[in-house]
Write a protein that binds this ligand. Structure first.
Ligand code: GAP
Length: 437
C-alpha cells in the first residue's frame, strides 16, 4: 500500500470509529451535513470535557500565577480593527475559472487548478472573520464579528482581572472558548474547521524578561503533551521564519504533531510583545501600562501567548492512541487514551447475568459512579465487552464473578496489558483513583 493510501486509511478508520462509537458526527448530518462543522456525541463530549479540564487544571488550579476568564464571543467591533484582524486576518484566495472551486493561493503547487487543471484567477485577499449583525437593523453600523481567537477577550480584560486578583507581573490569564474562522480550505476531519475551540493563555511579563518566559512556556507546553501520554517521537518544535510570523509576533514556535497527513501545527507559542496592549491603549485611551513597585518602572507588559486548539488536541489524542492488534488470532482495536482524559474511566460487568452477580455488580457500579464516569454492561460474552471498551479507550474494566460473591473481591482488567488483578471491593475506589487521577 502506498504511504498516502495508508495515511488516508488510518484517517478513514478513525473517522469511522468516531461515528460508530459516538465520538464525533458531521454537523446537521440528516440535512446532508454542514461542511467543516462537527458535533460531539456521548463519547466525544466526555473526552473533550476531560481534555479541557486537564488543561485548565494544569494552567490555573495547579498554579498561583494564572487566573481564568470566560469572555463573550461577540466583542465591540473596534476590537478587531485595533487587533489588526479587520485589515490583516486574510488568506490569499484564487478561484478556478472552469470548475469554480476556491483554493488558498499559498497552498497550490503549480499554476493550474489542483482539481481540474483549469485557469485560476489572480489571488485576492479574503478576510476569515465571520460577520453578523447586532440588533434588528442590518447595516454596516451593526456589524459584529464572531471572534476568530479568544485572545482579545483576555487583553481587553487585563485591568479587570489585575485589580481583583491582586496579581503582580509576571502573571497570566487563561481562557477556553469557541472561535470561528471562515477557512478557505478546511479539512482533515476536525483538524481545520470553521467553528472550533481554543485553549489560550496570555502571560504578562516585564519586557526585559520576555525571552526567558518565552523559553519557559515552550518547555511547559511541550511537557504538557508528554504528560498527556502523547508519544515524544510524534512531537517537535517548528520555529517560524520571518515570512511566517503573524503581524503581532516577535518570535513564534509551533508545537507540531506527526498527524497521519503529515507534520502540522498543534499549538502556537508566541511572543506578542506589547503589540496588543499598546494598540488597545492607543485606541481607547485607557492606560494599560503596569507599574512595577519594586523597581519603580512603568511599562506596557509584553505578552507570551500559548494557543492550543481543543479539537486539534483531541484529534492528536485519537490519532496517537489508535492501534490495531492481534490477540489470540483476533483483531482488537484500542484507543490508548490516557486514563486522565478517557471518556469512560471504568466499566463494570457481571461475568454472567445470574447467581447474584448482577445485583452485586449494580451495587459496585453505583458506588464507583460517585467518583468516576462509569459504564455498566451485561450484554454478550465478557470478551466482547472488553473489546468494546478497548475501542473507546476505557482504561479499566471491573468484573464481578462467582468468587466475588464469596469473598467480596473483583477483578480489574487493564486495557493495554490486558492483565487482571483481584482486589477487595472496599479497596476498589482507592485503587482506581490512584491509577486514574
Ligand atoms: N491567538 C493566536 C492564535 O489564534 P493560531 O495559530 O491562529 O493562533 C492557535 O491558532 C491554535 O488554534 C492552532 O494551533 C490550532 O490548534 C487552533 N486552530 C486554529 N485554527 C483552527 C481551525 N480552523 N480549526 C481547528 N483548530 C484551529
Amino acid at each position: 500500500m502506498s504511504k498516502k493510501r495508508a495515511e488516508n486509511d488510518i484517517m478513514d478508520r478513525l473517522v469511522s470509529l468516531c461515528k460508530r462509537r459516538g465520538f464525533i458526527f458531521q454537523s446537521s448530518e440528516i440535512y446532508g451535513g454542514l461542511n467543516s462543522c462537527w458535533d460531539y456525541g456521548p463519547m466525544g463530549v466526555e473526552l473533550k470535557r476531560n481534555l479541557r479540564d486537564y488543561w485548565w487544571k494544569a494552567m490555573t488550579h495547579e498554579r498561583d500565577d494564572i487566573e481564568g476568564v470566560d469572555a463573550a464571543i461577540l466583542m465591540h467591533p473596534s476590537v478587531w480593527v485595533t487587533s489588526g484582524h479587520v485589515a490583516g486576518f486574510t488568506d490569499p484566495l484564487v478561484d478556478c475559472k472552469a470548475c469554480k472551486l476556491r483554493f488558498r493561493a499559498d497552498q497550490i503547487e503549480g499554476t493550474g487548478c489542483p482539481s481540474c487543471g483549469g485557469e485560476l484567477t489572480e489571488p485576492r485577499q479574503f478576510n476569515l472573520m465571520f460577520k453578523t449583525f447586532m440588533g434588528p437593523v442590518e447595516g454596516d453600523a451593526a456589524i459584529v464579528y464572531l471572534r476568530p481567537e479568544t485572545a482579545q477577550g483576555i487583553y481587553v480584560n487585563f485591568l479587570n482581572v489585575l485589580a481583583p486578583s491582586r496579581q503582580k507581573i509576571p502573571f497570566g490569564i487563561a481562557q477556553i472558548g469557541k472561535a470561528f474562522r471562515n477557512e478557505i480550505s478546511p479539512g482533515n476531519f476536525i483538524f481545520r474547521s470553521r467553528e472550533f475551540e481554543q485553549m489560550e493563555m496570555q502571560y504578562f511579563v516585564n519586557p526585559k524578561d520576555d525571552q526567558q518566559w518565552f523559553e519557559y512556556w515552550k518547555e511547559q507546553r511541550y511537557a504538557w503533551y508528554l504528560a498527556l501520554g502523547i508519544k515524544q517521537d510524534n512531537l517537535r518544535f517548528h520555529e517560524h521564519g520571518p515570512n511566517e510570523l503573524a503581524h503581532y509576533a516577535k518570535a513564534a514556535f509551533d508545537i507540531e504533531y506527526n498527524f497521519p497527513f503529515g507534520w502540522k501545527e498543534l499549538e502556537g507559542i508566541h511572543n506578542r510583545t506589547d503589540f496588543d496592549l499598546s494598540r488597545h491603549r492607543e485606541a481607547t485611551n485607557v492606560d494599560l501600562s503596569y507599574f512595577e513597585e519594586s523597581t519603580h518602572e512603568r511599562f506596557v507588559p509584553y505578552i507570551i501567548e500559548t494557543s492550543a486548539g481543543v479539537d486539534r488536541t483531541l484529534l492528536v489524542c485519537l490519532a496517537d492512541g489508535y492501534r490495531e492488534e492481534e490477540v489470540r488470532g483476533e483483531k482488537r482495536v484500542v484507543l490508548g487514551l490516557s486514563p486522565k482524559i478517557a471518556p469512560i474511566k471504568v466499566a463494570v460487568f457481571p461475568l454472567v447475568n445470574r447467581d447474584g452477580m448482577p445485583e452485586l455488580a449494580r451495587k459496585v457500579y453505583a458506588d464507583l459512579q460517585k467518583c468516576f464516569k462509569c459504564f455498566y454492561d451485561d450484554k454478550s460474552a465478557v470478551g466482547r465487552r472488553y473489546r468494546r471498551m478497548d475501542e473507546v479507550g476505557t482504561p479499566y474494566c471491573v468484573t464481578i464473578d462467582s468468587q466475588s460473591l464469596t469473598d467480596q473481591t473483583v477483578t480489574i482488567r487493564e486495557r493495554d496489558s490486558m492483565e487482571q488483578i483481584r482486589v477487595a471491593i472496599d479497596q476498589l475506589v482507592n485503587i482506581l483513583r490512584e491509577k486514574i487521577v
